[in-house]
Design a protein around this ligand. Structure first.
Ligand code: AMP
Ligand code: MG
Length: 422
């Protein structure tokens, strides 16, 4: 049984839908968003960005053999003596990928390439730049090498039977390489999320429609498309839905039938004289929140059928901020990801920032490096909640926390980097 909004609200202390803090919103959503359980085996290359549904157990030792970490000469480390130059005769070559068979006598060594299997009994490699070559002999100066140097051990990266990757990890380029290094061709991943979205509002124009007075082109569907696609969701674009009950009902019903989540923008603010909120209420279990934050105060959240509903505000920047602060973490959880969110970073503000205690504020910022390498941040100018150009210039959000007041130049502030999210 999926928990109802009322049962989640009852678990949270002091839940007040009219004055929620950002942290309370995330606590609520983490209870509401239940991870999908279905998974498939996909070819390795299809797994990038997907979430692992089972641990990947290493079937082999990586590396499979002790091998050389350098191009140089392999020999028995026991023959190294303190304060003495070591002279050895070169009797063969061990190439990477071709095991050298044979035995070395005392005073002998082998030329060896990086990655070549360490021949039996040899445990140390003298890098070629340390040795002097005299015909068939090398000399290794005293005191430059220790026994066992420049040898990689079998199983040093992973041992057979060890978990190489854990369930709940999102597959990164490094993880793709790691799985490939194990010789594994298919991986179990949770199914992709399907997310439908539409914009509401009679003043919203779709691309291709002629401009008219008082109307604005729909930008939210484009940002939402980009944000969802970057997250690896399958998307269903339901267009701009006019403020008519029959059209809204059809859009919500279609979205709820086919999708894990529905994202709408517009029509949830207090003064809205429209049917969006009424339709959400009629079709689902939905709460209408006022969040102590800026931008992005009004938001509707709940479920229609089995789909999660995020009714975001209409303002273009508010859409992005609420997506990054709430929707993205909730969708990651729904995708089966158990990875912690990236940490906030500390940067020194290059300007004063006005901030009212009692709400969380997000300002669009450009994070850079000071001369000493530490982080600095400045805002991108006009912080109006409809101003997308200052969002485009930003590489992160300055997060001014609930209790925080004005920021003076030189104060340290938290920043949420966009990284790959935008
Ligand atoms: P609302 O939340 O519906 O009151 O909308 C707040 C503001 O955002 C209004 O100025 C709307 O015109 C604008 N807005 C709403 N939806 C969109 C959209 N899809 N694209 C661009 N602007 C929008
Ligand atoms: Mg509106």
């Amino acid at each position: 049984m999926r928990p109802s909004l009322a049962s989640i609200a009852a678990e949270l202390q002091g839940y007040d839908p009219q004055a929620l803090r950002v942290t309370e919103v995330n606590a609520f959503l983490s209870r509401l968003a239940e991870p999908v359980s279905a998974h498939d085996n996909v070819e390795l290359l299809q797994a990038l960005g997907r979430v692992l549904a089972q641990d990947i157990i290493s079937p082999i030792n990586v590396p499979a053999h002790d091998n050389s970490a350098m191009d140089g000469y392999a020999f028995r480390g026991a023959s190294l003596l303190p304060d003495q130059v070591l002279k050895l005769k070169v009797v063969g070559t061990a190439l990477a990928g071709v095991a050298w068979r044979g035995d070395l006598g005392p005073g002998e060594c082998l030329k060896i390439m990086t990655g070549a299997v360490m021949p039996n009994g040899l445990d140390t490699v003298a890098p070629q730049e340390l040795v002097t070559l005299h015909g068939q002999h090398i000399s290794i100066p005293a005191g430059v090498l220790g026994r066992g140097d420049n040898r990689r051990f079998k199983g040093e990266d992973l041992t057979e039977g060890q978990a190489a990757l854990l369930k709940g990890e999102q597959i990164s380029p490094a993880a793709l390489g790691l799985v490939a290094s194990l010789g594994i061709r298919q991986v179990p991943v949770y199914r992709r999320l399907k997310v439908a979205y539409f914009s509401t509002g009679d003043e919203i124009l779709s691309l291709g429609e002629p401009p008219r007075e008082g109307a604005v082109y729909d930008s939210n569907r484009y940002t939402v498309f980009g944000l969802l696609t970057k997250l690896g969701c399958e998307v269903i674009d339901l267009g701009v839905v006019r403020d008519e009950p029959a059209l809204l009902e059809a859009a919500f019903t279609k979205a709820a039938e086919h999708c894990d989540a529905i994202i709408t923008s517009g029509g949830v603010s207090v003064g809205e004289a429209d049917f969006t909120k009424a339709m959400m209420k009629k079709l689902g279990d939905v709460a209408f929140w006022k969040i102590a934050m800026r931008p992005g105060r009004p938001m509707a959240v709940g479920r229609i059928g089995s789909a999660l509903l995020f009714g975001l505000p209409g303002n273009p920047v508010a859409v992005m901020v609420t997506f990054l602060a709430f929707v993205r973490p909730a969708l990651l959880r729904l995708m089966g990801s158990t990875a912690p969110l990236p940490p906030l970073l500390k940067a020194q503000s290059l300007e004063t920032l006005r901030k009212k205690p009692g709400r969380t504020e997000y300002q669009r910022g450009i994070v850079g490096n000071a001369a000493d390498g530490s982080l600095t941040v400045r805002t991108t100018g006009n912080q109006g909640s409809g101003v997308l150009s200052s969002m485009v210039q930003a590489n992160g959000l300055i997060v001014l926390h609930h209790h925080q007041g004005h920021v003076a130049t030189g104060d340290t502030v938290d920043v949420m980097m966009f990284d790959g999210a935008i």
